[in-house]
Design a protein around this ligand. Structure first.
Ligand code: PLP
Length: 428
């Protein structure tokens, strides 16, 4: 039933129809799956617009965590008893669901991590230490999250390699001339963000991967902000590494995924040593386990991995194309409405963007705005969004960011706009 209502075409999604659809009782059923949304904050109905930081979780995800602990909590892979077998099967079911979700060739290419940050650190440390040498270059972009900057800075410093940066245009797009200028035969890794968390820009990652391959460079895509919104096909993209976090995909915190091509992962040394990642240990030496276990040292986060399956099922049942179409209609509506506010400037006006409304208002500090909106029950994020170099490039101390998810409505956008109008009156 839900998939029927979500199966809307973009043409159905003009404002009038969007409003009509949002009043539909079946639509209400999608939103009602998120218990946290039904609450008052500071005496007002909560308007949650901080989804790029983390999405809320449907009840089925919350229930999956509790069912795991109530019914089959056990350590995985090593136990022969029934609970251990059930927990192992559930854990591996999620791996298979992730494989299908991103269209990896095999489940062994799906490594569970704590999140995007850990995935990128794994690559920088394990791949970087084995592959980067003095004179080599790592190319990232000027709109990276700190988690796709600092790990590369650290390993470049250690290995004597050079970190280079693709420029960003005033509209908040990658300057592709700068990319082609800077990619050279010395480039060993190109690591770029798929969708900017600060601006919503969708980067041309397929083109970037292809150009990187021509010079023999490896590639990593930071999918933290794209995985909940866009179709992901790592084989079609032909990328070497793709990292994302469950908690931005309606799943729990503390669990994420690093996809890596088997050939690349096989050739890499392990990241951490310990249980699970070994085949045999003696004091003379250790042989390492097969993929993916070679990169999963220690007892993993079983409960949250098991619950991630429910998040993936939730998205799959709604259907990404329909979700995307709906979210785009909200973005268009939000952009139009925000533009009616005097002195407001949308930051990030890329031709290709999703789900993020970042803005600055003349004479008002984002932090003051965020605090005031919270008193109206509206949750937005303010500041540099872990993209300090990007903010510096744009000449801003930070922005106010409203980021959208599938349960947001045009009425919530209206409440944001009303709140902003009031705030502007008070703060100017
Ligand atoms: N990359 C991007 C683009 C992000 O938006 C974020 C989180 O906001 C991250 C990486 C880091 O994700 P996590 O904190 O889940 O590891």
């Amino acid at each position: 039933m839900i998939s029927t209502i979500m199966n809307a075409t973009p043409t159905m999604l003009d404002h009038q129809n969007t409003n009509k659809r949002l009043q539909d009782p079946i639509w209400a059923e999608v939103r009602a799956q998120f218990p946290i949304l039904d609450q008052q904050v500071n005496g007002r109905q909560l308007v949650y617009l901080d989804n790029a930081a983390t999405t809320q979780k449907p009840k089925r995800v919350i229930d999956a965590i509790s069912t795991y602990y109530q019914e089959y909590n056990a350590n995985i892979h090593r136990g022969l008893h029934s609970l251990a077998e059930r927990a192992t099967a559930a854990y591996e079911d999620t791996r298979e669901a992730v494989r299908a979700y991103i269209n990896a060739k095999e489940a062994a290419e799906v490594i569970f991590t704590r999140g995007t940050t850990e995935g990128i650190n794994l690559v920088a440390q394990a791949w970087g230490r084995a592959n980067l040498n003095p004179g080599d270059e790592v190319l990232i972009s000027g709109m990276e999250h700190h988690s796709n900057i600092v790990p590369w800075q650290m390993i470049c410093q250690e290995r004597g390699a050079k970190l280079k940066v693709i420029a960003v245009t005033d509209l908040g797009e990658l300057d592709m001339a700068s990319f082609y200028d800077q990619i050279t035969e010395w480039t060993k890794m190109v690591a770029v963000v798929h969708v900017s968390n600060a601006l919503g820009t969708i980067n041309p990652v397929a083109e970037i991967v292809q150009a990187a391959k021509k010079v023999g460079a490896y590639t990593l895509v930071d999918g933290a902000q794209s995985t909940a919104h866009l179709e992901i096909d790592v084989q079609a993209l032909d990328v070497d590494f793709f990292a994302f976090s469950s908690h931005k995909l309606y799943g729990p915190t503390g669990i994420g995924v690093l996809y890596g091509k088997r050939t690349v992962l096989d050739a890499m040394p392990p990241y951490q040593g310990g249980g699970e990642m070994i085949k045999e240990v003696s004091f003379e030496g250790t042989t390492y386990n097969e993929l993916p276990y070679k990169f999963e040292a220690g007892t993993p986060n079983i409960a949250d991995t098991v619950a991630l399956l429910e998040a993936i099922n939730f998205v799959n049942e709604l259907g990404k194309p329909a979700m995307h179409a709906y979210e785009q209609s909200l973005l268009t509506y939000g952009t139009e409405q925000l533009n009616t506010i005097d002195g407001l400037r949308i930051i990030g006006q890329a031709a290709n963007k999703i789900s993020v409304l970042s803005f600055a208002i003349d004479g008002i500090h984002p932090q003051d705005l965020g605090i005031l909106l919270d008193t109206y029950g509206i949750a937005v994020r303010t500041g540099h969004h872990c993209t300090q170099p990007l903010m510096k490039r744009l000449g801003l101390p930070g922005t106010t960011r409203a980021s959208l998810a599938i349960y947001n409505t045009t009425s919530e956008v209206d409440l944001l706009v009303t709140g902003l109008r009031k705030a502007v009156k008070m703060l100017r």
